[in-house]
Design a protein. Structure first.
Length: 256
């Protein structure tokens, strides 16, 4: 049997985050650039006509075009919320992509070639990709990566965010529930392939924000605590070499 690579094996999958980030950027630019050009032209024409009026004493009717440009520029203010929404989407997708990159770098540093990370794995059920699927001697993990900012708290499967006033407000999209749902999806797919194995859900905290734990249903991996993550993967349920090979082939086929 050939020697396994010394470092973590990484298999790329969907490019959803990069595509969505680029799409949001394109939509933002398609609106922002014409508005910027319109304002620039309005300012230049207005200044030019003011100077013309002052130096050449031109007929005021000549300045009708300036009024039209100014009115159009003011109307363009209505596009600001749309531009801002596209920019926020671009930033959110960018943070998500950066979080997944941080996870990849972390696992590459701390796990050896006995482990394989499948990034953005897509199942045939059409329910979206999984941020990460980690396979190794310690089992099979589904990773839900979050790169949020702000202060959060998790109790069971419920997530809360602290508001500027200090109150804790429930987060509608629970990363813990997402991880649990993805683990069930992957288990069901593996069962259909004739492979029976419990998939372990994990939430990966890769953001600049902070998170507190109060008996979380799904363990949360903090990239700043590598010792805890190494302990987790070492103490997980081990799988046989045969099961590992079958799962590896099935997952690799999905990513092909």
């Amino acid at each position: 049997m050939p020697d396994r690579p010394a470092s973590l094996d990484i298999i790329a999958g969907s490019t959803y985050l990069s595509e969505q980030e680029a799409s949001a950027r394109d939509r933002k630019n398609r609106l922002a650039w014409p508005v910027a050009i319109l304002w620039t032209v309005t300012i230049l024409v207005t200044l030019g006509q003011i100077l013309s009026r002052w130096l050449l004493d031109m007929d005021p009717a000549y300045f009708a075009v300036t009024g039209l440009l100014v009115a159009t520029s003011l109307a363009a203010f209505r596009l600001f919320p749309v531009i801002d929404s596209h920019e926020k989407r671009e930033q959110d997708f960018g943070k998500g992509r950066a979080g997944e990159e941080a996870l990849t770098d972390f696992l590459r540093e701390h796990l050896n070639g006995d482990w394989t990370l499948h990034r953005n794995l897509v199942l045939p059920d059409g329910k979206g990709d999984m941020d990460g699927v980690l396979l190794g001697p310690g089992g099979l993990f589904v990773l839900e990566v979050k790169a949020w900012t702000g202060a959060y708290r998790v109790t069971g499967t419920r997530w809360y965010k602290r508001t500027p006033s200090g109150r804790w407000c429930s987060v509608s999209s629970s990363p813990s529930r997402q991880a649990l749902a993805n683990a069930k999806r992957l288990e069901a797919w593996l069962t259909a392939q004739g492979i029976s194995l419990a998939v372990q859900p994990r939430v990966v905290w890769a953001g600049a924000g902070s998170v507190q734990f109060i008996k979380p249903t799904v363990p949360v991996w903090l990239l700043g605590r590598p010792a805890y993550i190494r302990k987790e993967v070492a103490q997980s349920v081990s799988i046989s070499s045969e099961s590992h090979s079958r799962i590896a082939r099935a997952l690799t086929h999905l990513s092909a």
